[in-house]
Design a protein around this ligand. Structure first.
Ligand code: ATP
Length: 283
């Protein structure tokens, strides 16, 4: 790893994580990791199961259980704002960030959806959490617009349907609509396509890439699957046993991996080593 990766940079990043440490009941599982996320950039965080990826993402949002202790600093600086250390914000300020400037989507959309609530109502709730005084009429407009934006079919007819009436891929689209309705600056996507079959996976990745460009979103894209990460990330950080063992541009990581663990991950992602997939170097 380039040692300068750990130094604060002159250009202000949206997110600068320094020496992040996470322990559960005194047992440390994230051992002082540092990374940056520039405005509009996507960082892929890869590593095998148990390497600390989810603990890291939940730690950024301060959503870890009370048994967890978190140290280090997480400077968050939306455009035009002074950086704030998320670890030192009040719970109230943190809640505001979660409903507005930082959104998160997970592997299993049903964990974010209420099975007995109409999807239009759920998307509306996400909007109202941040903008409670929005008129009924505008809420409906914004919900329909959000459904169209994520290409859910036939929004006017489907707005009153329940989650079980949609496919897995469509449910993930609903969750993405909820995540983006308040126009966040940062989207944390934790294995967002892992539960989907390969075709649907590709569609969701294409959707995230389109929305990222349209909203100038920064994205922390977490996955155990390097093939998926290669399709979306500008830069990649490789995690093993709670530490970042290598980070760099996607091109660098996929074409000249330095660390033995990165090389082994690449070797176990066979589709990435075929010449057909080489254009990934341009992501
Ligand atoms: N709530 C918790 N209580 C105790 N230990 C935890 C908790 N959450 C995670 N851990 C431990 O922290 C370590 C990192 O887990 P984490 O879920 O972050 O890994 P991961 O890379 O996201 O893997 P996966 O993709 O399987 O979730 C593991 O050893 C795990 O057992």
């Amino acid at each position: 790893m380039n040692p300068s990766e750990n130094e604060p940079t002159a250009i202000q990043n949206l997110l600068s994580v320094r020496d992040l440490r996470i322990a559960f009941s005194g047992r440390e599982c994230v051992h002082g990791i540092s990374f940056d996320l520039a405005h509009g950039e996507t960082l892929g965080l890869v590593g095998e199961s148990g390497s600390g990826k989810s603990a890291t993402s939940l730690g950024l949002l301060r959503l870890l259980p009370p048994s967890a202790s978190v140290g280090g600093s997480i400077a968050f600086a939306p455009t035009g704002k002074e950086p704030e250390d998320l670890l030192h914000l009040s719970e109230e300020a943190m809640r505001r960030h979660r409903s507005r400037s930082i959104a998160m989507i997970f592997q299993e959309p049903m964990t974010a959806l209420n099975p007995v609530m109409k999807i239009g109502q759920q998307i509306a709730e996400a909007l109202l959490a941040h903008a409670p005084r929005t008129s009924r009429r505008e809420v409906r407009e914004r919900v329909l617009e959000a459904m169209r934006e994520v290409a859910l079919p036939d929004p006017e007819r489907r707005i009153d349907d329940y989650p079980h009436q949609f496919s897995g891929g469509q449910r993930q689209r609903i969750v993405i609509a909820m995540a983006l309705i308040n126009k966040p600056r940062l989207l944390i996507a934790d294995e967002p396509t892992t539960a989907l079959d390969v075709t649907v996976q590709a569609q969701i990745i294409a959707l995230l890439k389109r929305l990222r460009a349209e909203h100038n979103l920064s994205m922390l894209f977490i996955s155990h699957d390097l093939t998926v990460v290669s399709q979306v990330a500008d830069r990649v950080a490789v995690m093993q046993h709670g530490a970042i063992v290598e980070q760099g541009s996607a091109t660098q990581i996929f074409t000249h991996p330095q660390h033995a663990y990165t090389r082994s991950l690449l070797a176990s992602a066979p589709s990435m080593t075929t010449p057909r997939d080489r254009p990934l170097a341009t992501v």
